[in-house]
Design a binder for this molecule. Structure first.
Ligand code: DON
Length: 302
């Protein structure tokens, strides 16, 4: 397995130089586009890593999976009154459907949807971002996971588009809490800094019927795990969800920090990271690494 991962890493390096580092959040524009990390966590707890797998990066939209998981634990099926369950076929930061669909975002993985989910957590917890950080630490078994304040401030300074979505939802009655508080909480969660190994371990509950090995307990039920994986498979890669499903065929979630987490249900989680993105906001080299991984997983007999 280790030699195979090294070979995937080496071949995915050929894609470095394609794509562009996210610049609409200025703090992210400083990332080195030559970085490439890859990590696998199998359901028996074995961890494999290649390249820059230990370097913390901004998890960005990958946080939407944790936000959704916490909101479903607290609110259950009632959450779906606030946010939909279908792919948007639109960029992650689009406002177009939100007006037409009366302030109910298409799904929890586009920005508007994650902001609506964050509002539910602001109603439920005194400090939801600290709670999410604590959960991320316990899921990853790493107490050093931090919120990157520079990224948080940068997102706050350049929040116009997300603020527009939040105010539109507020106007339609789909946001209960103060807009600024919801946005700050959302940015704070997106600004968590985690490495490929952190994420592969933390998200392993999605491959293990909800059992969080590092936490030493069941985090969510098998049924909820299956549903979260289904939403990742249909909505996790935005308007490229269909292309990614065809090429890789695994439930996955990307972030504009360049990370992508993918789940092989019943077997393992994998995280790839490289900062340069394609036009949909998905990392070019990380997607390619996952494509190689998925293609060769069964022939390699792993
Ligand atoms: O709100 C934003 O735009 C960012 N915090 C997250 C966007 C993101 O990661 C989209 N993913 N590809």
């Amino acid at each position: 397995m280790q030699a195979w991962l090294e070979s995937i890493h080496a071949r995915a390096r050929s894609r470095l130089g394609s794509g562009r580092v996210a610049s609409y959040i200025p703090a992210l524009a400083e990332q080195d586009p030559e970085r490439l990390g890859f990590a696998v966590c199998t359901n028996d707890g074995t961890l494999y890593a290649a390249g820059d797998a230990e370097t913390p990066f901004s998890i960005q939209s990958i946080a939407k999976v944790l936000l959704l998981t916490l909101a479903l634990r607290v609110h259950g099926e009632a959450l779906w009154q606030r946010v939909g369950l279908n792919p948007s076929g639109m960029p992650f930061n689009s406002l177009a459907q939100l007006e037409a669909e009366r302030g109910k975002p298409r799904n929890p993985f586009i920005n508007a949807g994650a902001i609506a989910v964050t509002d539910r957590l602001v109603s439920a917890f005194a400090t939801p971002d600290k709670h999410l950080q604590d959960v991320a630490r316990r899921l990853a078994g790493n107490a050093r996971i931090l919120i990157d304040d520079e990224v948080l401030d940068s997102e706050w300074q350049h929040r116009s588009r997300n603020a527009a979505m939040a105010y539109l939802m507020k106007a339609f009655g789909n946001l209960d809490n103060d807009v600024d508080e919801v946005l700050r909480t959302y940015f704070s969660c997106c600004a968590l800094a985690m490495s490929c190994t952190d994420l592969a371990v933390a998200m392993n509950f999605l491959a293990a019927d909800g059992e969080a090995r590092a936490m030493g307990e069941r985090f969510v039920s098998p049924g909820l795990t299956r549903r979260i994986n289904a939403i990742m498979a249909t909505c996790g890669m935005y308007d490229a969800a269909g292309d990614f499903a065809y090429r890789v065929g695994l439930p996955a979630k990307s972030g504009v920090g360049g990370g992508i987490v993918a789940v092989v249900p019943g077997r393992m989680t994998v995280c790839a990271w490289s900062p340069a993105l394609d036009d949909n906001g998905n990392s070019v080299a990380a997607q390619y690494a996952l494509e190689l991984f998925a293609e060769e997983l069964d022939p390699a007999g792993i």
